[in-house]
Design a protein around this ligand. Structure first.
Ligand SMILES: [Zn+2]
Length: 384
């Protein structure tokens, strides 16, 4: 007699597919590709091995020694943080500072540490979109769009193969414009070619006469991080021995990538009413701000973290208030009556980024242990 296998919660868990560090990395990088991090940044896997099997993932804004201990206590062998713990390089590992102690302890305990920093800031639905959502902003747009991240691909396919080539390009991620997928432009025309004696043509003969073929010119937009995948799809799907194509860098700013965000409140609010709302929503004890202007607040600009570099863009976009962190004394003068600078604190402005990580990862891996850290890592304390 064959014993019936009893499915309990624990052996159900055992039957779940094994998760590796690289699965988590891929999910985060599909949302916020590493190639869009700023030049000074150090996002990506900082400690560990992409092939390690993971038991659980702990999500945090910063990696501190307390967070590391929390990960161990809660049976997580991977930490996903917004701020990279290794930022400017390490020359020795002797436990002299907290960064060295964290890295040593992580290695000793087979802990993986991963950071998604400015690539998550620059993603259209990343750090700033999360702040905008909390504040209820509508009609949001990026304040400072990234340049040199868009390409135009032109290719020429025989008419009877155009559908297949276009489909392959879409499958590889070409043709995205804002909220629209599979955008392309197609022109019918005639192509000519005359195969050399040593060619292996799909149409016509080696050393044969010039061919005149019905072809379709296909035009699609390609995001920089998809270049290699789209070109591979083109070569794999195109029937010609020599694929005719042009790949051109565009000057257009990328509306899907960049720093800061601006949007509109559903209803204009009085300035003090808005500041109270901001304090409560962003759970901050104190807002440092420039002089109120006696105007309603309607257009709101946000930048998680240190956003003073975006003040000009916020004013240019007509922001009634610019919410960020890390403003210095002299920089407050630059508001110059044209907007209100509201410094709510670096940590406070980015605290909801862990919720963003959680949403990205639980959508992809609904049955996996993805935990929010219970540790407040804010190094700044207020005495009010
Ligand atoms: Zn930050």
């Amino acid at each position: 007699m064959v014993a019936k296998k009893i499915v309990t919660k624990s052996n159900f868990q055992d039957n779940l597919p094994r998760m590796q560090v690289k699965d988590i990395m891929q999910a985060l990088e599909a949302f916020a590709p590493l190639t869009y991090q700023e030049g000074y940044d150090n996002s990506g896997l900082q400690v560990g091995n992409a092939g390690d099997e993971i038991k659980g993932v702990l999500l945090t804004l910063d990696v501190t020694e307390e967070v590391l201990q929390e990960a161990l206590d809660r049976n997580c062998n991977m930490i996903v943080a917004h701020h990279p713990v290794i930022f400017s390089g390490l020359k020795r590992l002797t436990g002299r500072g907290y960064v060295e102690r964290i890295v040593q302890k992580a290695i000793k305990n087979d802990l993986n540490i991963y950071a998604a920093h400015t690539n998550m800031d620059n993603a259209r639905y990343g750090v700033n979109a999360k702040i905008a959502l909390k504040l209820g902003l509508k009609g949001t747009a990026i304040l400072s769009m990234m340049m040199d991240t868009l390409r135009k691909l032109y290719t020429f396919a025989p008419a009877d193969a155009a559908d297949k080539v276009r489909e392959a390009l879409f499958d590889a991620g070409a043709g995205d414009i804002g909220r629209y997928r599979e955008c392309s432009f197609n022109t019918q025309g005639k192509g000519t070619f005359k195969p050399d004696a040593d060619a292996d043509p799909a149409i016509g003969q080696a050393g044969g006469p010039r061919e005149l073929v019905d072809e379709v010119k296909i035009e699609v937009l390609v995001q920089k991080h998809k270049e290699a995948k789209v070109l591979k799809a083109l070569f794999d799907s195109h029937p010609y021995e020599e694929v005719a194509y042009e790949f051109i860098a565009l000057q257009n700013p990328n509306q899907e990538l960049g720093a800061g965000l601006i949007g509109t409140l559903p209803q204009p609010m009085d300035e003090t009413e808005f500041l109270k709302f901001l304090r409560d929503t962003m759970k901050t004890d104190c807002i440092r701000h420039t002089a109120l202007r006696g105007k309603k607040i309607e257009r709101v600009a946000v930048c998680g973290g240190s956003g003073s570099f975006l003040l000009k863009e916020a004013i240019g976009a007509g922001a009634d208030i610019f919410i960020t962190g890390d403003f210095k004394y002299h920089q407050f003068f630059d508001a110059d009556g044209q907007t209100i600078i509201a410094d709510i604190g670096h940590y406070e402005s980015e605290q909801f980024t862990v919720e963003l990580f959680e949403e990205i990862l639980t959508e992809k891996f609904p049955n996996f242990a993805i935990l929010l850290s219970n540790t407040s890592t804010n190094p700044v304390k207020y005495f009010c």
